[in-house]
Write a protein that binds this ligand. Structure first.
Ligand code: NAD
Length: 326
């Protein structure tokens, strides 16, 4: 019996390939450059399943171009690249990779927090320039992390792991979210619910962990920067469009906040030119989940979701099981 056919937009990792190749006839996109939209539409047209990355959009156009498609698995927890209601209309099950990247992404948020507060990248640039004159009393003075207030916006899987790490620094942790966390979780993490306005006004570090939704697009805008402390640092490892980059550049220029460390951008791979020019900004290339262990787990999870559906089971991370009455 012939196997179902899957298009995989990167070769992923051997552990995931092994699962996929047991269940599917697999076509990988192996070119060094990312698959173009035209090539994606052409290659997915006769496939039963698609395993894709967050850089590939699964929308009405793609779903119409792929009439046999039954599954779209993104190798990411954020699924703003997938139009889930359109998938449901087309009877396509969409899946993501929640849970396996929480610790790794929380580590990166903390890496950025520490690096921006202690001006590490500025220091590195200085050392490499060959112009550092040696130790002095007032060089590259940063701010303390220890004992400060950390504000977490989006207190889900990753946000809570960021909170847990703050204990070691004896920080005060406040969070805002669409819903308050259970009391046991608040107690366990020594975190207190705050309104968004309270959080913006009281935090020394503001770390973003909301999904990209209509309601969270430009959640951090000019009005939000006006409410922050002038000494505040913004950390964004969620999705770029959650922050209005032009407003961020303006807030930094007008010293409304002290600095920002970003992993994600409004129009990746582009970065707002005014941010590139600034020393009080750290720019990471969307590496929140980028460890060998975690990326492997994510790829295996996507492959496992795909395999489950074609074995007649509900994919463990189905976003719309109702699409096919599972
Ligand atoms: P999650 O669903 O566990 O948590 C998200 C939290 O945001 C939830 O508690 C939810 O209630 C809250 N929320 C939703 N809408 C809100 C709103 N309008 N206002 C306030 N709070 C709101 O998700 P997660 O697994 O913690 O991931 C969060 C996001 O991080 C992902 O959606 C993804 O976009 C991003 N992410 C980025 C990277 C990276 O590489 N930089 C890696 C992993 C995840």
């Amino acid at each position: 019996m012939s196997k179902p056919e899957v298009l995989v937009t990167r070769p992923l990792f051997p552990e995931a390939r092994e699962i996929l190749e047991r269940h599917f006839d697999v076509e990988y996109w192996t070119a060094p450059e990312r698959i173009s939209r035209a090539e994606l539409l052409r290659r997915v047209a006769d496939k039963d399943a698609l395993v894709c990355l967050l850089t590939e959009k699964v929308d009405e156009e793609l779903l119409t171009a792929a009439p046999k498609l039954r599954l779209a698995a993104t190798v990411s927890v954020g699924y703003d690249n997938i139009d889930v209601p359109a998938c449901t209309r087309h009877k396509v099950v969409a899946t993501n990779t929640p849970g396996v990247l929480d610790e790794t992404t929380a580590d990166l948020a903390w890496t950025l927090l520490m690096a921006i507060s202690r001006r590490l990248v500025e220091g590195d640039t200085w050392m490499r320039s060959g112009t550092w004159p040696g130790w002095d009393i007032d060089q590259l003075l940063g701010g303390d992390v220890y004992g400060k207030t950390l504000g977490i916006i989006g207190f889900g899987r990753i946000g809570r792991n960021v909170a847990r790490r703050a204990r070691g620094f004896q920080m005060r942790v406040i969070y805002s979210d669409a819903a308050a966390a259970p009391t046991e979780v608040e107690k366990d993490l020594s975190a207190r619910f705050a309104t968004l306005d309270q959080l913006l006004a009281e935090s020394d570090f503001i770390s973003l962990h909301v999904p990209l939704l209509t309601e969270t697009r430009h959640l951090i805008s000019k009005a939000a920067f006006e409410k922050m402390k002038r000494s505040a640092h913004l950390i964004n490892t969620s999705r770029g469009p959650v922050v209005d980059e032009a407003a961020l550049a303006e807030a930094l220029e007008n010293r409304k906040i002290a600095g920002a460390a970003l992993d994600v951008y409004e129009q990746e791979p582009k970065v707002h030119a005014a941010l590139v020019a600034r020393k009080d900004v750290i720019l990471a290339p969307h590496i929140g989940s980028a460890t060998t262990e975690t990326r492997t787990k994510m790829a295996v999870m996507a492959a496992t979701n795909a395999a489950a559906l074609f074995e007649g089971r509900r994919p463990p991370n189905a976003l719309n099981p109702e699409a096919i009455g599972l």
